[in-house]
Design a protein around this ligand. Structure first.
Ligand SMILES: [Zn+2]
Length: 128
């Protein structure tokens, strides 16, 4: 009987420990890359010990793809206000260049140089 009680107590303290860690993690989270348009990439302080390549894992060289900077059609400036009214939809189709996509993202912004409002349309092909 005593063993049973001890096991329950250990299970509860283990559970509370997990809950406390989750709470601490949530408190230390800071908005990550792409947060301004609802991105989900987050960095946490508690991830410190998990950073880097695990022992024995092969290193991988990743390709870097540069995405063109959106420019104002009117004046050519790349300076813009923060995005607003970001709408993302699963809407499959084909771009003018003949590339298939699965999602379309519309982002409204305004040119800071000349004040021209514009909608930036981004196409993505997601496989999930
Ligand atoms: Zn402009």
């Amino acid at each position: 009987m005593k063993d049973e009680r001890q096991r329950v107590a250990e299970a509860i303290s283990k559970y509370l420990g997990v809950a406390e860690m989750a709470k601490r993690k949530a408190e230390t989270e800071t908005p990550g890359v792409g947060a301004e348009f609802g991105g989900s990439v987050r960095r946490t302080d508690t991830d410190e010990e998990r950073r880097g390549r695990p022992a024995g894992a092969k290193s991988v060289t990743r390709d870097v793809v540069h995405v063109a900077l959106p420019t104002c059609k009117k004046c050519g400036s790349t300076e813009r206000d923060a995005y607003r009214l970001v709408v993302e939809r699963a809407a499959p189709g084909v771009t003018r260049e003949g590339l298939e996509y699965t999602h379309v993202c519309h982002r409204r912004t305004r040119c800071q140089a000349c004040g021209q409002h514009r909608v930036e349309i981004h196409y993505e092909r997601r496989v999930a």
